[in-house]
Write a protein that binds this ligand. Structure first.
Ligand code: PXP
Length: 320
């Protein structure tokens, strides 16, 4: 329970109050007492003691020093834009455009753009993917089922990462993690094919040792832990000290430790929102968070750029 106790100290109350304002150490003294300090905005260097900088080398030296004194590690935010396409497909028209959404997300500070091309094409369409490839400046993450036609499509697009997920036509969204154990030889071939095209492969899995072991055996470079059960528990009980919430968080933390111990990158996603993202972003060495529905939902009221900016701010704050 070590992780939960440490995090409970930081997030005993929700990091976001019901009004949407963020809790800061000054608002809530126990956070300051626990050594919690506000993370400096990663885009603006610390203001104090900035020396006179001469030339490119001087700037590089100063930046290196400044960085070593500031944020050590921060989870990257990859914004899933499928939900924008879902809205467009409700009318089978042209708006809202998920590619435009990707640009807005990047302007809001997204570190990557994620999308899922489903076999039934219920939201993203092939032409969206071609346009994303041209427009997106940062890493592009292609979510897909291990189906030959979509694998070939992904190999043509050459995203930074291919994220393998289970897919069922009846489901509203991805419901559970990929059962990697049991299809190791098939998935090993898929991972190898991606590697031949210079694409990193990620397995979206439940936080279970046997899935992690199987993912390592397949050669996946990345595992994304399914945070849906955590999200449901947190959204139900709203407290980190509730046993069910604590158990789900500990499960993800344990999974993350095993993924790292197996030499893979630890990512997390599904069901994360403005209220429950903090403790996940604060887990040691979580590299990327993939978040869609909650950001697009907030964008209805605040605009996408602002919705991404706010999510990013919560992640930065939790990652110190
Ligand atoms: N990660 C994976 C593998 C997913 O399938 C999804 C949903 O498409 C997400 C993250 C994002 O989930 P949400 O839309 O609930 O934020």
């Amino acid at each position: 329970m070590e992780t939960v106790e440490a995090l409970a100290k930081l997030f005993w109350h929700d990091p976001v109050s019901p009004g949407g304002a963020s809790l800061t150490p000054t608002d809530y003294p126990p956070l300051a007492a626990a050594g919690y300090t506000r993370a400096p905005d990663q885009h603006s260097p610390p203001r104090r003691s900035r020396p006179k900088i001469r030339g490119v080398e001087g700037a590089a030296r100063w930046y290196g020093r400044a960085r070593s004194n500031t944020v050590v590690r921060m989870a990257r935010l990859c914004v899933n834009i499928d939900h924008v396409a879902t809205l467009r497909q409700a009318r089978r028209g042209v708006e809202p455009d998920p590619v435009w959404a990707a640009v807005e997300a990047e302007l809001g500070g997204a570190d990557g753009i994620t999308f899922h091309l489903r076999e039934d094409r219920r939201h993203m369409q092939d032409h969206d993917v071609d346009r994303l490839r041209e427009v997106v400046q940062g890493p592009l993450n292609f979510e897909l089922a291990a189906v030959d036609a979509i694998i070939d499509f992904a190999c043509r697009i050459r995203p930074a990462m291919a994220m393998l997920v289970p897919e069922r036509r009846e489901e509203v969204t991805t419901e559970g993690g990929l059962v990697v154990a049991g299809q190791v030889s098939r998935l090993r071939d898929v991972v190898a094919k991606f590697a031949d095209h210079g694409i990193r492969a990620s397995a979206f899995i439940d936080a279970q040792e046997r899935q992690i072991d199987a993912a390592r055996a397949c050669g996946f470079q990345v595992c994304e832990i399914h945070t849906g059960p955590w999200a449901i528990a947190h959204n139900t009980h709203h407290r980190l000290d509730h046993p069910e919430v604590a158990r789900e968080l500990e499960r993800i933390a344990d999974g993350g430790r095993s993924i790292l111990a197996a030499g893979m990158q630890f990512n997390a996603g599904h069901g994360l929102n403005y209220r429950n993202v903090g403790p996940i972003a604060a887990l040691p060495d979580v590299t990327e968070l993939h978040i869609g529905h909650s950001i697009v939902s907030r964008a209805v009221f605040d605009g996408l750029r602002e919705a991404v900016r706010e999510m990013k701010r919560l992640i930065v704050e939790a990652s110190t």
